[in-house]
Design a protein around this ligand. Sequence first.
Ligand SMILES: Nc1ncnc2c1ncn2[C@@H]1O[C@H](COP(=O)(O)OS(=O)(=O)O)[C@@H](OP(=O)(O)O)[C@H]1O
Ligand SMILES: Nc1ncnc2c1ncn2[C@@H]1O[C@H](COP(=O)(O)OP(=O)(O)O)[C@@H](O)[C@H]1O
Length: 705
Amino acid sequence: MRKAEKHVQTHMGKVIWFTGLSGSGKSTLARMVKEALESECLSVTILDGDSLRKGLNRDLGFSSADRAENIRRAAEVAKMLCETNYIVLAAFITPFRSLRAAVRGLFRHEEYAEIFLDCPLAVCESRDCKNLYSRARKGEIPEFTGISSPFEVPENPDFVVRTGQVSPQDALRQILNYLPIRFPDLKRHTPRIPVSRPSQPKVAVIGLDCAPPSMVFGRPDLPVLQSLVKHGISGKMRSTDPPITVPAWTTMTTGKDPGELGLYGFRNRIGYGYDSLVTVNGSHVTVPRVWDYLEEAGYSSILVGIPQTYPPKPHNGITVADFLAPDGSRITYPDEFFEELDRLAQGEYMIDVNNFRVLEKSALLKNIYTMVERRFKVVEHLISTQPWNFFMMVEIGLDRLHHAFWGYCAPDHGDYVPGNPYETVIPDFYRFLDQWIARLLLRFDDETTVLVVSDHGARSAVGGFCVNEWLIQNGFLKLKEYPSEEVPLTPDLIDWSQTRAWSEGGYYARVFMNVKDREPYGIVEPHEYNAVRNELCSVLQCCCNGNGMNIRNRVLKPGEIYRDCRNFPPDLMVYFDDLGLRSIGTVGSNTLLRKRNISGMDAANHDFHGIFIRTRMSDLRNGRVVDETVDDISCLDVTPTILGELGLPVPDGVGGKPIAFPNPGTSNCHSKKIPSMANTNFRQEGFTSEEEEIVKKRLIDLGYL
Ligand SMILES: Nc1ncnc2c1ncn2[C@@H]1O[C@H](COP(=O)(O)OS(=O)(=O)O)[C@@H](OP(=O)(O)O)[C@H]1O
Ligand SMILES: Nc1ncnc2c1ncn2[C@@H]1O[C@H](COP(=O)(O)OP(=O)(O)O)[C@@H](O)[C@H]1O
């Protein structure tokens, strides 16, 4: 038995390859990691470019060929040491992708990790520990990496540490937290650095997608949420225009309105073509998120299920991305954490409920519970075992539940039948969430401020208004041929030479005008644009529903409600019956008012207000009653509130205000630099066309489109 155990344990060889500019911290961190692992009795050795070049590789210089030979020899030595069970910490600039690929190719996946020490050249140069950069600038050292020889940024490192932004101790902590995730057999051997200094403030945001104030406030059967209200400040929170998931959560996590973000819906126009709507993902958010500001200040984050975090980006912490990811995609950062998800969830981790419209109701309900429970289990594990200053989760299950079951539970809905078997599923589900929130609170220390927020509310929807039918009837939209059955409006159906406007459906309408020199076959002359738009606006505000009655609608011009209008805003946005009616984009039904559309319609529409609760754990634990209601909270206020609670200033350009009453002055403001767009390194990489179809189908299924 002892022998067998010994055999299993002896297979510990690993190669951890640090790549980065001279001065990025390779040698420093290799030394620190070595010391930490040796304290756990592991055999660790360092191979460092600087020292190998004094011995084994002293015949080599810095031409591309010499660097390749240098790395080849180093990697072969690393391999031999790895085979004899050493943990090898290799510190080489390794400036070319081809070199890194060759090294990786020598090892098995389970024994090799490449760690990129991402440090801006300017920072390395300012450190200039060995006085090499200044000499290289003077031309005294030829082919110097970063100055006169390239450093190709690693495209797929296993892990990234921003060593220009964090201290060596924090960088070490990140690496020691990462190693057991990447190499599970190191788990028992990796020392833990204390998670955070005891005096460090923390913020935990629990996001409940679609929770309306009426379902949360004043409900004695939700004791945990009520105690957060009693010991904190709260109020209804105005959502974004439009009040839907994508812009609302992104506004909350950036302090920018949808116009400034250039994100107007789940599917966003990326040009003025007729078929230019793409499903947005995290790469379309091109401004810093609140955790980017926090990372700049040295804080770490755990992010779970937050809309627009797919594809997950490297950061100081852990991400489990949101439901807007193609099925089966790897949704975590670090990538290896994906392997852990199902185990921690105690079942398959679900980003969303599939077959929303197809599943029989009790099966759907069961799926929603399973999904939410699994997510909370992962969250519970992460917040208890990982370091964090900022934790945020968004639970989408509540939104799904509302859309599927609202008509069974809301007495004001036309479909409601008293005593039906699903009558209490929504309030029951809030009690289930309340209990989970209690479990999370147990894990927060007294330095933590808890926010419970929702992106929008929910209300009964009695049906939908066929916006494109209305545009046809009122002479704005002309089809080549009127379809014989109800079909989605696609560009090929439209006679563009006689069309002035068309619309997208969903929870609200986005109306686009066909403008000359803007759209491919535009006919509205630019000088007529305002007149036509005003005409459309005024007739849409109060339009006949086809049954001889007028409905009052809210019609918005993007330029009047946003601080900026980036990218391609719709020309108008319309809330039919102030969101009492959804917007149906299909054509062919020959009616204006519909109870159902072709995807079968849900009984709930979104509403303008979600919830905001902010409670300090110390107040909750000490029983200090705060119980303040604030009236004018908006989604924009969430980012400033988080920054304020963590003692950071609100960067220029971030809207909203910290919701901090009654202790606005208690936070300890450091003066921290705000990250520029340059170092957030955003690349827009939307979904592939295949992924786009998968995600689009899911959105149609869920009623967003
Ligand atoms: N021309 C030029 N370019 C880059 N680096 C130079 C050069 N000349 C000398 N040095 C010193 O050599 C160290 C880098 O050696 P490496 O073996 O890591 O380089 S490489 O991976 O082969 O590119 C590097 O050490 P680190 O600062 O630890 O990276 C420098 O101190
Ligand atoms: N987060 C960090 N990680 C590693 N080193 C850092 C960090 N922040 C500052 N430093 C400093 O940067 C320098 C890095 O030098 P060194 O480890 O020799 O880099 P390299 O081996 O990449 O040339 C050291 O003086 C170290 O104290």
